[in-house]
Design a protein around this ligand. Sequence first.
Ligand SMILES: [Zn+2]
Length: 183
Amino acid sequence: MAKSTVEKKNGKATAAKGLDLIGNPKAGRPILGGTATVAMFRSLRLIGVMEGLDDTLGKDSRALVYNSGKHFGGALGLDILRETGPDLGRYVPAVAARLKDLGVGLMSVVQMDLAAGTLTVRVDECITCAGMPNIGKAVCHFEGGMVSGILEAFLGAGKKVAVEESKCWALGDRTCQFEVRIS
Ligand SMILES: [Zn+2]
């Protein structure tokens, strides 16, 4: 029933997943185009998702937002891996270039010790928090999850990547920093 309704309205439905779900915004928005403002993104991300989910759940939504970012990071990581292959020296710069292109932020690696399973990632000009006031709590759980998904896509099955945000504009810092633990 639902399927035939979709087919009648939109022609043949597809089973798009991952980055394919983004579709072709430029084709669908010939006048407005394929970009939106950072203010619009933050309205969705900080007011709609963060405050809206906290309100709906009646508790802190950070795990849900983190998990959303992890799905996105996983899809993005697999897409980048197709370009770079399993070569960390090519993967990290390709991730940074893609995050810059998408306007997510300027990513750099502060320290990396894969033998110890630790990594510190910095994101300047973060799309979610750069320029926002200090509200006494970090807000970039989507980006933390994204870093986790990107790294798990590279490391493959069996590796768990936990990410915690240690610096954030929303904590009064002037950058975002993520502490990564690989186990
Ligand atoms: Zn932040």
